[in-house]
Ligand binder design. Structure first.
Ligand code: C2E
Ligand code: MG
Ligand code: MG
Length: 571
């Protein structure tokens, strides 16, 4: 070996030794500073492809170690796949000496597999020959909220998280009071963002002024605040008192401001001693639930968390998921039942109302009064309603081979009318099953809202124009009024069982119903009475001369095959 070569090796060994010392020093510094920092320090030895980072980064991200080599391969484990190319390109430019700094926003993946936005910023340190030797800098999570909020003067959610983490492992006592400004979006929309900011600031001030020892407050999301009191012996009654005091302070501010703006606040109270799982995520979830309950109860009020209410909420959510899965699974679990409707004058079966049923192995049978509002709330009534229409019209087509003037009634929800082209669906299906339009009766449930809605009236008009029959369901409950009859111009009105029951037990109600029947006939409408269960009831109600009867006395709702066997073929 030549002397020159030996020299070169010696120099290179010395250099690597020096670099190793530098890396060791850096690592020591990063370890010492780590508890005092939210960010992560890093050094990247570009010549030896060796990377070193603050130890706390390993707790959060699946990084191979505090020190690792072969960056190109290792970054695959913690850099978001779509951002790897961006990172490699930037590093390549540094390697090729095309730039002297690194300032990149991109994503890493945390230990739960979630993408986390980071900003990585660093400076290139060059060696004596001017070649890039180290990249030294800092990584911070830009998605992390700021810890304090200058708009409201409150601390931010991250500070609350830190505060709660201080108690990790201990059982927490005390309470969380989660306060939300009611209709804040409207304040912003009507009065502008600056005004909204002023309301936020004043609300925060009102809260802060009412705080006593041991109570800390934070701004959570745009219009929500949390007061945390983590002290033994202080519970929901103190939280309620605090809420009332804050509300009074806000009322005072509103009056002082000459009612230039009027707004209210709601609050959810979480007594920490009642919460078993006291993780940060669970406390946030439960306090959010409590605030939502207060808002759902009509706003400008408080609600105290109860496990039993939360279970109901969870069951509802579970039911919604189950319904959604069923819909995605070709409506598996749904069934169309049919209940006979009898023409009293002719003394025979004239049609059937299609009634939806739902069951799962897990949850058993769920009553329609429970699952239909959920289908409406989630919009799932649109696909399910189409499915019911199809079942009904197919059944009608088949039954008409035995009873040619048989007709089928289908309940249609206001959501289907207002948010989908249900008329188009109806007309298509009528064509598919080659039915006369008069073979289908659409049942609509009344409500004050529907009457005043122009689209709704248009839908009723279009049904009529196309020869489809219309029934007003549940007449005699809720908002019925006679304008309704005029505006929607139905063919039939159906009297709800609750009204029928009253009429059967109370002579005055009976009289009222009798007059309603007469009035209905005088304007050429047909009347169907629902909910007749016994022969005696049938006899009594028949005195009024209704047109149709639907009730258990003639048959309960049942599946198609049973309906055909018991009512179509037997009749
Ligand atoms: P509705 O349209 O007024 O249906 C009549 C309800 O009265 C049915 O309840 C029926 O089973 C019940 N009923 C009929 N005769 C008697 C009787 O003699 N005694 C008693 N105790 N009850 C009787 P169901 O099937 O539980 O349905 C409840 C409501 O759910 C329906 O009231 C309707 O508003 C809604 N619904 C059912 N199926 C559908 C559907 O496919 N779509 C929509 N949008 N709503 C539906
Ligand atoms: Mg009905
Ligand atoms: Mg009804």
């Amino acid at each position: 070996m030549s002397e020159e070569k030996i020299d070169e090796e010696k120099i290179s060994e010395e250099k690597t030794g020096r670099e190793k010392i530098r890396m060791d020093r850096f690592q020591y510094l990063a370890e010492v500073l780590d508890p005092s920092m939210d960010d992560y320090l890093f050094i990247y030895d570009l010549e030896n492809d060796l990377y070193c980072i603050s130890p706390s980064a390993l707790e959060r991200f699946p990084i191979p170690g505090c020190r690792f080599s072969n960056m190109a391969e290792a970054c695959g484990s913690f850099v978001y796949p779509a951002d790897v190319k961006l990172l490699r390109e930037d590093l390549a430019r540094i390697f090729h000496n095309e730039k002297s700094d690194h300032d990149l926003d991109y994503r890493w993946i945390d230990r739960e597999g979630n993408p986390v936005w980071i900003n990585c910023r660093g400076q290139v340190i060059r060696n004596d020959q001017g070649k890039p030797q180290f990249l030294l800098g800092c990584i911070n999570e830009i998605g992390q909220q700021q810890r304090a909020d200058n708009k409201s003067g409150a601390m931010r959610e991250t500070s609350l998280q830190r505060e709660l983490e201080r108690y990790r492992g201990e059982r927490l006592n005390g309470y969380i009071l989660r306060i939300g400004i009611d209709n804040f979006k409207e304040i912003n929309e009507n009065r502008g963002i600056d005004y909204g900011d002023m309301i936020l600031r004043r609300t925060a001030q009102c809260i802060e002024e009412m705080l006593e020892d041991g109570q800390k407050f934070y701004r959570i999301v745009s219009d929500e605040f949390i007061v945390l009191c983590a002290s033994e012996g202080r519970g929901d009654s103190e939280a309620v008192q605090l809420y009332k005091k804050i509300r009074a302070a806000i009322d005072y501010f509103i009056a002082d401001n000459h009612y230039e703006v009027f707004y209210t606040i709601s609050a959810g109270v979480l007594d920490l001693s009642k919460v078993k799982k006291q993780t940060y995520a669970n406390l946030m979830k439960l306090s959010e639930f409590a605030l939502n309950e207060a808002k759902a109860g009509g706003k400008n009020q408080y609600y105290i968390y109860e496990l039993s209410d939360y279970r109901v909420f969870q069951y509802r959510r579970r039911l919604i998921n189950t319904l959604r899965q069923a819909v995605n699974n070709q409506c598996e679990g749904f069934e169309a039942y049919f209940q006979p409707i009898v023409d009293i004058g002719k003394g025979r079966l004239i049609g059937a109302e299609t009634l939806l049923r739902f069951h799962t192995e897990e949850l058993g049978r769920i009553p329609p009064t429970e699952f239909i509002p959920l289908l409406e709330e989630t919009g799932l009534i649109i696909p399910v309603g189409r499915w019911v229409l199809e079942q009904a019209l197919e059944a009608c087509h088949r039954i008409q081979e035995t009873i040619p003037d048989f007709r089928v009634s289908v309940n249609v929800s206001y959501i289907q009318v207002l948010k989908s082209n249900v008329l188009g669906v109806i007309l298509d299906l009528i064509k598919t099953y080659q039915l006369k339009p008069g073979s289908l009766m659409i049942e609509l449930t009344e409500s004050g809202f529907l009457e005043s809605n122009a689209n709704f009236i248009k839908f009723c008009d279009e049904l009529k124009e196309n020869g489809i029959l219309l029934a007003l369901d549940d007449f005699g409950t809720g908002y019925s009024n006679f304008h309704y009859l005029y505006n929607l111009n139905p063919d039939t009105i159906k009297i709800d069982r609750s009204f029928t029951l009253e009429a059967l037990s109370n002579p005055q109600e009976f009289n009222l119903l009798r007059h309603m029947v007469a009035m209905t006939h005088s304007i050429n409408l047909k009347l169907c009475i629902e909910g007749i269960e016994t022969d005696q009831e049938l006899e009594k109600i028949s005195e009024m001369d209704p047109d149709y009867i639907q009730g258990f006395v003639f048959g309960k709702p049942c599946p198609y095959d049973i309906f055909v066997k018991e009512h179509v073929l037997a009749g």
